[in-house]
Write a protein that binds this ligand. Structure first.
Ligand code: A2P
Length: 336
């Protein structure tokens, strides 16, 4: 069976990648409807050797699609997702708009596939934040085997997480700086070229940023554990694709680096760098791939139940597009 599929935000970084991956994975698409704003309606995108016209989402009859991938910003999802859901189009939403609503499932297929059943509540499924997804994939086997009391995490996040304009800004700042010109910053609060910025998304009243709090809220919801403690610092780095994370966990029962390696060598969606002196990075390992890469697994010399891990994944793929499509594949397999 094939499905009529719409992609909202089809001209954006994530939307374009969704369309590419639908083709790469041979997703059972009958008709594809690329949607964007009136600004880019009338453009064409390529899919399976065909040129397909981009439509204005405002005029779209949502009952024409059975599955919708939404990636056009929170406000756009707030406007269209309930409409689409009511019309019978099951929405897989990449924004943070619905993630924290108790009746909306927040799903990483390798981690909490059972949560998907709740899609029927509103015909909306939320795709987690990119930094949360890769952390969940790497930690789930440890959570199951030893329990996790606390997570300390510091992220090293690429500019593609902030969209196409942010990527152009990094490229232009690098070129300008190397040719002695002054730089201009619009996408970030500081110069991003040759710099690192410990601010992603807006600051909250508690001094954490929203990106950091997303990792706290989403970990609790995905693991189904209100008591798990998460302490993140989210940092933007001048890298185009791929997020890295230095994760320090405290397990409930003591475990060892060898046990964690054994668990992760079997874990779905994980590529393990077993050699202690080898490690994954964004370029050459994670960028362009769908797996989550884990290395530098070692026992914490400062805590008896502590384990350290270095986790890298492509934020546009596993962190957004691929995870959404895996949710849709699971939906089809289990429920449609
Ligand atoms: P458009 O090309 O019409 O602006 P990115 O994250 O790379 O910046 O991409 C954002 C995506 O979301 C684009 O495809 C953009 O389409 C789409 N988008 C933004 N605002 C709206 C809107 N109000 N209605 C429909 N699509 C939107």
């Amino acid at each position: 069976q094939k499905y009529d599929v719409c992609v909202l935000g089809a001209t954006g970084l994530v939307g374009k990648t969704i369309i590419e991956i639908l083709e790469q994975r041979d997703f059972p698409v009958n008709k594809l409807y690329p949607l964007a704003s009136a600004r880019s309606a009338g453009q064409f995108i390529e899919f399976n050797g065909e040129s397909i016209e981009v439509l204005d989402a405002d005029n779209f009859d949502w009952s024409q699609a059975q599955i919708g991938f939404f990636s056009a910003g929170g406000a756009t999802s707030a406007k269209y997702a309930p409409m689409a859901g009511d019309a019978g189009c099951i929405v897989i939403d990449n924004t943070s708009e619905f993630r924290y609503e108790p009746d909306i499932p927040l799903v990483v297929p390798e981690v909490n596939p059972g949560a998907l059943a709740d899609y029927r509540n509103r015909n909306i499924i939320a795709n987690p934040n990119c930094s949360t997804i890769q952390m969940m994939v790497a930690l789930k086997p440890i959570q199951d085997a030893a329990g996790i009391d606390r997570i300390n995490v510091c992220t090293y996040q690429s500019v593609s997480g902030a969209g196409k304009e942010a990527m152009d800004e990094l490229a232009k700042q690098c070129a300008d700086l190397l040719s002695g010109k002054p730089v201009e910053s619009k996408s970030f609060s500081r110069q991003i070229a040759f710099n690192v910025i410990p601010q992603i998304d807006v600051f909250q009243d508690n001094g954490y940023t929203k990106e950091e709090m997303k990792m706290v809220w989403e970990t609790k919801k995905i693991f189904g554990d209100e008591n798990i403690l998460v302490n993140p610092t989210a940092v933007r780095v001048p890298v185009f694709y791929g997020h890295a994370e230095a994760i320090h966990i405290e397990t409930r029962t003591q475990t060892s680096a060898e046990e964690v390696k054994a668990l992760l060598s079997q874990a779905p969606g994980v590529v393990l760098c077993e050699d202690d002196q080898d490690f994954p990075t964004q370029i050459g390992d994670a960028s362009g791939k769908d797996e989550t890469f884990v290395g530098r697994i070692r026992e914490d010399i400062s805590h008896p139940n502590g384990i350290n891990l270095w986790v890298v994944a492509d934020n546009v793929r596993k962190g957004a597009a691929t995870n959404s499509i895996q949710i849709a594949e699971l939906l089809i397999k289990e429920y449609l």
